[in-house]
Design a protein around this ligand. Structure first.
Ligand code: ADP
Ligand code: ASP
Ligand code: MG
Length: 401
C-alpha cells in the first residue's frame, strides 16, 4: 500500500508530540507500506510568524510574507525527519518545491496547478519515508507561494492524487468530522462517513477540520481521505466518500466567525450593482449572502452583502474607488459578525429545515438579520458574540431531540 499521512500543527506542537506522530509513521512503514508524510507548522508557529511580520510592518509584501511563513513547515519537516532517523526509520525531508508542488503565481492563497513528485517517488524507491512540508509550493517563475490557512491538507490530498495513493489520512486533534465543532458543542457526534459534497460545503462554511480545496481535489481525483485523531488513532475517524446523507437531511452545523456585512446605500439596481460586484470579483473578493431592499425612490435602494473579514481593507478600497463613478451615496461595514449554517445534502428535497433552524434561534431569543439558502445549506448572519450559542441551539434542535 502507498499511504499519505498528514499531521496538523497541534499534533506536532512539541518534541513529545513529534515522537508520538513518528511512532505512528514508523508503525505504518513496518507494515510494509510506502509512506509519505505531510507536516504543518508546529502549534501556533504560523500565527507567531504573522505576528513577527506585523511587528515590522502592517503591510508586508506578499512575497516576503510567504518566504517567512514557509519557515514554519520547514522546521517541522526537518524535525520529523530527524526524529524518524533517530528511531531507525530512514527518512528525508522535502520542501514544497522539492516535492514538485507547482502553484499559480499568487501569494498567500495559491492554488496547486500540478504536482511533479519525482523526488518523492525516488525517496520511496530508496526505502525512505518522504516528509514533505505542507502549505507551500513554487510558481512558474521560481517564487515560493503558500496555499492559504489550513492548506497543508491540500498538499496531502494533491500528493495522494499524484502518487495514486491508496489512502490519505489526515491526523488532527479531534476524532474525525463531527456534526458541529466538538469544542463548541459538547454533544457533537462524530460521523463515520461523510460525502465529498457535504464536507466541501461544511469546509467552505467554516468547519476548519479540512481545507476546502483539499476536499475539492479529493472529490475530483477520487482520493480516499480519512480524518482521525493523532491522540487516539484507534478510535476510527471519518471517511470521505461519494455516498450522501444517509437519510439525514442535516449533517452539520458550522460557524464562520470572520465575517463582515457591507451595506451600500443609494446604489442603482441595474449596471451600477453589476459594476460593483464585478469590481469586487476582479479584486479577488468573494461575496456570499446578498440582500437587496428596493427602497421608495429610484436610488433609494440598499444592498447588503457578506464578505470575509480578511478582505475588509480591499473591500473598503474598492468601494472608495468606485463611489463617484457608480453614484452611490454611502457605505458602511458591520464588523465582528458570524455566519452560522446548517449543511446537508438531503436538505434540497426535505422541507421544514429553515423553520426548525429559525425556531431554535427564536427560542434562544436570537433574531438573525440576514438569512440565505442554497441547495446544501441555510445560513444566518449574527453578531459574533452570539455565534456559539446559536450553534448549540441549532445543534440541539437537529441532533439532540
Ligand atoms: P490541524 O492543526 O490538525 O490542521 P485544525 O485546527 O486546522 O487542525 O482543525 C481541527 C479543528 O477543527 C478541531 O480542533 C475543531 O475545533 C475544528 N472543527 C470545526 N468544525 C469541526 C467539525 N465539524 N468536526 C471536527 N472538527 C471541527
Ligand atoms: N501552518 C498553516 C496554518 O496554520 C497551514 C496548516 O496548518 O495547514 O494555516
Ligand atoms: Mg488544519
Amino acid at each position: 500500500m502507498r499511504i499519505v499521512m498528514k499531521f496538523g500543527g497541534s499534533s506536532l506542537a512539541s518534541a513529545i508530540h513529534i515522537r508520538r506522530a513518528a511512532d505512528l509513521i514508523a508503525r505504518q512503514r513496518a507494515e510494509g507500506d510506502d509512506v509519505v508524510v505531510v507536516v504543518s507548522a508546529q502549534g501556533d508557529t504560523t500565527d507567531d510568524l504573522i505576528e513577527k511580520a506585523r511587528e515590522i510592518t502592517e503591510e508586508p509584501c506578499g512575497r516576503e510574507k510567504d518566504m517567512l511563513l514557509c519557515c514554519g513547515e520547514q522546521m517541522s519537516m526537518a524535525l520529523m525527519a530527524m526524529q524518524l532517523e533517530a528511531m531507525g526509520c530512514p527518512a528525508v525531508s522535502l520542501c514544497g518545491w522539492q516535492a514538485g508542488i507547482r502553484t499559480e503565481s499568487r501569494h498567500g492563497d495559491a492554488r496547486i496547478l500540478k504536482v511533479e513528485p519525482d523526488r518523492v517517488i525516488r525517496a520511496l524507491e530508496e526505502g525512505r519515508v518522504a516528509v514533505v512540508a505542507g502549505f507551500q509550493g513554487i510558481d512558474g517563475t521560481g517564487e515560493l507561494t503558500t496555499l492559504g490557512r489550513g492548506g497543508s491538507d491540500t498538499t496531502a490530498v494533491a500528493l495522494a492524487a499524484a502518487l495514486g495513493a491508496d489512502a490519505c489520512r489526515i491526523y488532527t486533534d479531534v476524532s474525525g468530522v463531527y456534526s458541529a465543532d466538538p469544542r463548541v458543542v459538547e454533544r457533537a457526534r462524530v460521523h463515520r462517513e461523510i460525502s465529498y459534497d457535504e464536507m466541501l460545503e461544511m469546509a467552505a462554511l467554516g468547519a476548519k477540520v479540512l481545507h476546502s480545496r483539499a476536499v475539492e481535489l479529493a472529490r475530483e481525483h477520487n482520493v480516499r481521505v480519512e480524518v482521525c485523531s493523532t491522540f487516539s488513532p484507534q478510535s476510527g475517524g471519518t471517511a470521505l466518500g461519494s455516498e450522501c446523507g444517509h437519510g439525514q437531511p442535516v449533517r452539520g452545523i458550522t460557524c464562520d466567525d470572520r465575517v463582515d456585512m457591507v451595506t451600500v446605500a443609494g446604489l442603482g439596481a441595474g449596471p451600477e450593482t453589476c459594476g460593483l460586484f464585478n469590481r469586487l470579483a476582479d479584486s479577488g473578493v468573494s461575496i456570499d449572502v446578498i440582500i437587496r431592499s428596493p427602497g421608495e425612490q429610484p436610488r433609494g435602494g440598499v444592498v447588503s452583502f457578506s464578505v470575509s473579514a480578511g478582505d475588509r481593507e480591499t473591500v473598503r478600497a474598492v468601494l472608495n474607488g468606485c463611489r463617484e463613478e457608480l453614484g452611490f451615496s454611502a457605505f458602511s461595514v458591520q464588523t465582528d459578525m458570524a455566519k452560522v449554517s446548517v449543511v446537508g445534502v438531503g436538505m434540497s428535497d426535505g422541507c421544514g429545515v429553515a423553520a426548525k433552524m429559525l425556531r431554535a434561534l427564536q427560542e434562544g431569543d436570537l433574531r438573525p438579520q440576514y438569512i440565505t439558502t442554497g441547495e446544501l445549506r441555510i445560513s444566518v448572519i449574527l453578531p459574533k458574540t452570539c455565534a456559539s450559542r446559536a450553534v448549540r441551539l441549532i445543534h440541539s434542535a437537529f441532533f439532540e431531540e
